[in-house]
Design a protein around this ligand. Sequence first.
Ligand SMILES: Nc1ncnc2c1ncn2[C@@H]1O[C@H](COP(=O)(O)OP(=O)(O)OP(=O)(O)O)[C@@H](O)[C@H]1O
Ligand SMILES: [Mg+2]
Length: 314
Amino acid sequence: MTPTPPAIQTRHLQMQYGATRVLDDVTVTIGRGEVVALLGPNGAGKTTTIEILEGFRVPSGGEVTVLGETPHTAGEHWRARVGVVLQSWRDHGKWRVGEFLDYLGMYYADYATPDVQRPWPTTDLIERVGLGGKTLRRLDRLSGGERRRLDVAVGLLGRPEVLFLDEPTAGFDPQARRDFHELVRSLSDLDTTILLTTHDLTEAELLANRLLVLAGGSIVADGSPDDLRHRMSATASVRYRRDGQLHTESTEDPVSHLREAFAEPGVIQDLEVRRASLEEAYLTLVHQVETGADTDPASFGILPDELPDEREGA
Ligand SMILES: Nc1ncnc2c1ncn2[C@@H]1O[C@H](COP(=O)(O)OP(=O)(O)OP(=O)(O)O)[C@@H](O)[C@H]1O
Ligand SMILES: [Mg+2]
């Protein structure tokens, strides 16, 4: 029996638009059922990467498979197993929410299996994405956040095995955001593999068991939110007053630092030890990559071991 292929696999993926190289070397494997957040600054190539994985773009180099097939050459059977929420969607203004989903849903009926009911029944789906009561609303009358909920419904319609969400919560109000997080969690309980992009690190941490940071054309960090926070923010800032005079120090070993500080004479007050937040750690990492201050990914200590030398002799 052949082993089940990973949900997503890329090796040395490259993408060039004209003379501009956006993806230089993206190598990543995502297993079934993982929920992964792809992070990176504007223009880093997140949408490009996702569109390659969805089969909408042909990469300039490297290898890519999703559910064991090459996305841009895969057939309808493959497409029915993959759900897509694009960063922006063309418009179908005159359609109404319910009829639009019913129409798209017909496509999936051929791909129902005894285990998987396809399409997702639209009345239930509309309810699940928080559009209950909007079934008869015209698409061009939906608010931005409602439209985005509909986009999410479209992505889920075929009960996909792999779901790509490109900035799914852009424009969501806090309640919609919370509802969406619950929805994503319920999907991951069903073992759906999810790759999402977001600029909201709190959201990434809430939803994903793994974060990938794309910067400078490749993945510069790969780990759980806890891994990343801890390893990307090894230093702590220590701050206190001794006899009224302010001392600040950035150190990887605040305990030793404080032991020495307390051993010295004087009265210590207003002591504060602070570690960088995930957001600060992320910003530092991206800044380092963008300024070339430290472009050796191995120095972040959070990449798979096999990455750096794999291309030798290739
Ligand atoms: N069709 C295209 N032709 C030329 N350049 C493109 C094309 N699509 C994207 N780009 C460029 O490729 C780079 C990466 O774009 P991409 O949309 O993948 O970034 P992103 O990480 O999704 O950014 P954002 O966070 O703003 O959504 C950008 O500099 C963009 O201008
Ligand atoms: Mg994008």
